[in-house]
Design a protein. Structure first.
Length: 570
């Protein structure tokens, strides 16, 4: 064998190849694909004593990469660039398989000016897919033997396999990082039930995982058909807080309506894109990836990330990651909402209990306590009369007896209102009739005329009957305290398997408020009635008009008389 080459003896050739393959496999300190290709190319050019070399590579997980080593003469560089352009176009357009990796095609070209030999060999993956090419430049006196070509083929296969391994390693590292971040998401979502903290942590992790410039989490306001920006991260995130957009607007609105994820890497040309938020905030949206937040089959919001730092833009893998985060976040949001509802319910119960205690305290103070004080004074007075005017004792004793009887009636009325025994023994109709009789006997209606019309009887579960009694009692108390009415009508009727209980007055009425306004305004009586009605799966309807001559309020409780409500018609 004459001329230059990696070796002139077969044993030395094998030794050189083994040394090169060892270099290829010893890449543990390499961090990027470009570094790996540079080291591979350096080892190949040294082993084959080439003037220069070039590697073109494209894998399923990496964009087209080009790495060169050595000094290229212009003519050689022009020829190699042409080869790589042809190969690059073919790799981008279609899959390219080599059926026999041991018989790779080796392209050899000779240049006369200057005297050079150019060699090009495909790079082949483990699945025998062509993923690039290796090009080398030799001086003209290089003696290319069949053995050298076989070595180049082996090197090509080895480089391809190492590239595969590197891509798999990077994918595994990326998956591991994603799993770590998913674990962080899960931990963050499980360690707090504060909705604002939970949403902010979700946004932070989403931007970190996806490597995006900004992120927003929007929840759907069904009453107004709008998306509400609950949390936003990014340079203008603070401006977006509680901003609203119509549910039929923008890419996020499209995702919310269709329940499908979406990518738009050129958002400003997307017909679904809305410029309104950018105009408000001064933020420049370039790319968007958005996924729906779903819980129990219902869409509750949208998670979106904006402006990915990578030039390749958002990918399907990003949507997969976001969908995992969104699924966890949706569950956590639902749990946080339920927790807040439970806390609100607890607070309402505590408030109701406090109101009951205050009302009981007022009634005891204004009724039995005052009467007991009067009795005490009467006893003292009677004692003095007994010593001074024994002849008037009979009248004083009768007055004292009247006070005692009135005290007993007051105490019984209070006990009756708390939980009448007749409610459990004779039912809600008899309990209401007796309650009204007591109000009238005790002159507790303050000039209000109460009209009572009812069915003969209705059989209800005792708990259902107790709640109905409490709702009627609350409604009557509200009329007495606030309505300034002259007449009030209480009716019970059995219509089409429904028990309909109506409390109506001709008082001054009031402005209807929503739930939050009722709480803020301190109208817990209305709230308590609604919540009690929900407990027995009844519908509570309130109609009121503060404007004469049709002013007044009607409260109607509609209870289905079915087995699942614990009631039966009678």
């Amino acid at each position: 064998m004459t001329g230059t080459g990696p070796a002139s003896h077969p044993g030395l050739e094998q030794q050189a190849l083994a040394g090169l393959m060892g270099d290829l496999l010893n890449l543990s300190n390499v961090r990027t694909l470009e570094d790996m290709l540079s080291k591979l190319l350096g080892g190949v050019t040294r082993t084959f004593q080439a003037e220069a070399g070039s590697i073109l590579l494209q894998t399923q997980t990496q964009a087209l990469k080009l790495v060169r080593s050595g000094v290229f003469r212009p003519q050689a560089l022009k020829r190699i660039e042409y080869w790589e352009e042809v190969i690059g176009h073919r790799l981008e357009k279609q899959s390219w398989r080599i059926n026999d990796s041991e018989n790779l095609p080796v392209s050899v070209s000779r240049l006369s000016e200057p005297d050079l030999i150019l060699i090009n060999v495909p790079l082949v993956s483990k699945t025998q897919m062509v993923i690039g090419s290796l090009s080398l430049v030799f001086p003209t006196n290089y003696h290319l033997t069949t053995s050298h070509q076989e070595m180049l083929k082996s090197v090509s296969v080895g480089v391809g396999h190492v590239a595969d391994l590197f891509a798999e390693l990077k994918t595994a590292q990326q998956r591991l990082r994603q799993m770590e971040l998913f674990y962080q998401v899960g931990q963050a979502l499980m360690t707090t039930l504060d909705l604002n903290t939970l949403l902010a942590e979700t946004m932070r992790l989403a931007t970190e995982v996806i490597d995006a410039g900004a992120a927003s989490l929007m929840l759907i306001d069904r009453n107004n058909e709008e998306l509400v920006f609950e949390v936003s991260l990014g340079s203008r995130g603070h401006v977006l807080r509680q901003q609203r957009i119509p549910l039929d607007e923008g890419i996020a609105g499209w995702v919310a309506r269709h329940g499908e994820p979406s990518i738009s890497n050129n958002a400003r040309t997307d017909p679904r894109f809305s410029h309104r938020v950018d105009v408000r905030t001064g933020f420049l949206t370039q790319s968007i990836a958005a996924v729906p937040l779903k819980t129990k089959g219902c869409i509750i919001g949208v998670l979106e990330v904006l402006n990915k730092y990578s030039e390749s833009g958002f990918e399907e893998e990003d949507l997969r990651i976001m969908s995992v985060i969104a699924a966890q976040a949706a569950i956590a949001i639902e749990n946080a909402r339920l927790y807040q509802e439970v806390r609100q319910e607890r607070d309402n119960i505590l408030k109701a209990q406090e109101d009951v205690r205050h009302e009981l305290n007022r009634k005891l103070h204004d009724g039995p306590v005052q009467l007991l004080s009067a009795i005490s004074l009467s006893v003292d007075h009677l004692e003095r009369l007994n010593n001074v005017k024994p002849d008037v004792r009979a009248g004083a004793i009768q007055a004292l007896r009247n006070l005692i009887n009135q005290t007993i009636r007051e105490a019984r009325s209070i006990l009756f209102e708390l939980r009448p025994v007749i409610l459990e023994t004779q039912g809600v109709v008899s309990a209401l009739r007796q309650y009204i009789d007591r109000l009238q006997d005790n002159n507790d209606l303050d000039g209000l005329t109460l009209h009572f019309d009812t069915v003969e009887q209705v059989t209800l579960d005792k708990n259902v009957a107790g709640i109905i009694f409490s709702i009627v009692q609350e409604a009557i108390n509200n009329v007495k305290r606030h309505a300034h009415a002259k007449n009030m009508w209480l009716t019970l009727e059995n219509r089409n398997d429904y028990l309909i209980v109506t409390v109506k007055d001709d008082g001054r009425g009031f402005e209807m408020l929503n739930h939050d306004e009722i709480v803020n305004d301190g109208r817990f009586g209305l709230l308590n009635m609604s919540e009690r009605a929900a407990l027995i799966e009844a519908d509570l309807q309130i109609n009121t008009n503060p404007i004469p001559p049709n002013q007044g309020t009607t409260i109607q409780l509609i209870l289905p008389l079915a087995s699942d409500s614990g009631a039966a018609g009678g």
